[in-house]
Design a protein around this ligand. Sequence first.
Ligand code: PRP
Length: 189
Amino acid sequence: MAQKLPEAYAWLSDDIKDVLFSADAIQQRVNELGAAISRDYAGRNPLLVGVLKGVVFFMADLLRAISVPVEVDFIAVSSYTPEARAQGIVKLAKDLETPLAGRHVLFVEDVIDTGLTLSYLLRNLRARQPASLEVCALFDKPAHRLINIPVKYKGFDLPDHFVVGYGLDYQERYRNLPFVGVLRAQALT
Ligand code: PRP
């Protein structure tokens, strides 16, 4: 259920309509995901792979909610052209430093929208022959999905609104909010 902005963020009320997920609700769900991952990956030393930049907030909290040995690495993508991006073709702007062969890899995303980016990256990572490859996404926008992707660990479904916070941005702003809120149409320029 939508909530009001915390008092310290009242100055954002022209931009943000409602809080969809409070900082506490997010932390609780992240802890649940961390506990499930800790159970499933015990003894397997998983490698968590994140795609920059939005995921860094979720990744930092998820790692601290995992109680078994774990490693982390990041990949970054950029678009050749908007048309290429719309077809799910992205350029690797920064590759992983860790070889994946034989590793139990958990791909971590802040949000899955169309699924095109993830689909492209999963194909790329699968070609490196990991022992296993699963997906953990904090937020999912099923209304926008163009490609079906099995998500083993999922935090929350998002409604079809423009949302920001906890890593999600609009023109690079709002990532640092500890909660997720709905951006007002007037803030979209
Ligand atoms: C977001 C998110 C995914 C992608 C999902 O990244 O982190 O990588 O979009 O969209 P898709 O399912 O439609 O492909 P974004 O391009 O916003 O970059 P950012 O993480 O730097 O904000």
